[in-house]
Design a protein around this ligand. Sequence first.
Ligand code: SF4
Length: 343
Amino acid sequence: MTRAQAHPFFSGIFGPDQHVFMASGGGGTFKAVQRLVQRVGTDHLTLLFCDTLIEHRDCYKLLALTAFTAFDRQGSNSAAHILTLIDALPEYHEDPARRAQQLEEIRQAMALAVPQLVWLADGRDPWTLFFERKFLGNSRVDLCSKELKRDVADRWLKANRDPAVTTVYLGMDWTEEHRFIEAQARYARTGYRCEAPLCEAPFLPADWKVDLYSELLALGIAVELYRLGFPHNNCGGFCIKAGQAFFALLLRTRPAVYAFHEAKEKAIRLILGDVSILKDRRGGVTRTLTLEAFRLRLEAGGGFDKTDFGSCGCMGESPDEPTGDVPLDMIYGDGSVQPLLVR
Ligand code: SF4
């Protein structure tokens, strides 16, 4: 219950309840928005998307489909035009500059077609951010999702929606309830109520994502990352929080994308020293494991941790995420430690 509902005398002062869905362009968003529209309608519904600029084009396509379906624009000329623009988008690793320009055109077309979709972009992608901040994000400190997603969304919320009447919604399902609880606590600190429609009854089957690819295919979208077996549709099959099994899948199914991130990691190591996205935990000791070394190991027939998919939860903060200006130690492969100021 919002504060306005709790105090009906003041409801006219606070205004109507507002509903803001944090859209990701994944299957959870698609399903949860369907459920939310049935529950609250669309009059005061906003979909808020924060773009990391390295999303797979199918992510943008699913985001567009979710918005067209929610706000009854499917089949319109503008919807067809936007889907054509998205189809023509180059992959991030092919031409980041041209892609950024074309994304801007898509964002503008989308704002006209579905103004209820607020599509924001910080302007930096994760690698630009890592080089700029001289820090390689990792599973403990996901600088990319913090600065490119959570902070951008928080600024918009603060400027545009009164917490007294606003509920924030997330696309996590009940199997990810721990992440939802973390995110809910984070929103509670800023005064916003937070819900996750897929964490509520009627509960989806635990394996609902198995059928998702076919369901989306029937709607005209063949989400490549789902077809290839990726657990999420974020950042084009890359994630700074991902583990060995995830990157093995990326190498096998999208080698050009893997090569791009391998080159970026190599470049940032020239500046930062012995840091890496992956960790080698063999023998009970944790060491850095570069994407290059990992690829060479797999190409030589070596094994990897098949259970280590890692996790990506951009809207829930990392367990060690600092708040405010506090020093955070960055641990290097040789065991040395360098303090970093995270704002
Ligand atoms: S999906 Fe991973 S790499 Fe992309 S913004 Fe989220 S944490 Fe960062």
